[in-house]
Design a protein around this ligand. Structure first.
Ligand code: AMP
Length: 129
């Protein structure tokens, strides 16, 4: 069964898209820790990030760097935090989160609840940045 991220990549379920190229895609996390919290995924479905071929893994980080640049422009911050968890969705991905302090990326803490309109507006601003 395809992962939820593969279904997003195929266009079978919607997402708030931020960026895309031939091999990678970035879209907003539906339960963000901060405004601008974005997931970056390889289109190739592999569960564990360290099972990706070296070329796909390194390309993922180069693409993530481009996406981080967009997030920084729209949400000024001290830096873009980057995290890999992967316990919920078995499709390799990195979380990019604009942060000012360590607690801004506490995955055990409460998530933000943003309206669909706000998510759409954030995704549009990021994709245009
Ligand atoms: P993890 O696999 O532990 O890194 O967590 C998966 C992340 O994907 C969580 O932060 C979820 O909020 C997020 N997520 C799950 N389903 C979707 C979806 N359909 N669109 C965007 N983000 C999602």
């Amino acid at each position: 069964m395809p992962s939820v991220f593969t279904r997003i990549i195929r266009g079978e379920i919607p997402c708030y898209q931020v960026a895309e190229n031939e091999h990678y895609m970035a879209f907003l996390d539906i339960n963000p820790l901060q405004k601008g919290h974005t997931l970056v995924v390889p289109k190739q479905e592999t569960d564990y990030i360290f099972d990706l071929e070296d070329k796909v893994l390194s390309g993922l980080f180069v693409f993530a760097k481009e996406v981080a640049g967009k997030i920084e422009k729209v949400f000024p911050c001290d830096r873009i935090g980057i995290t890999v968890i992967g316990l919920e969705v078995p499709h390799a991905h990195v979380h990019l989160i604009p942060i000012h302090e360590e607690k801004d990326m506490n995955f055990s803490g409460p998530k933000m609840v943003l309206s669909a309109e706000e998510m759409l507006e954030i995704a549009q601003r990021l994709s245009e940045a």
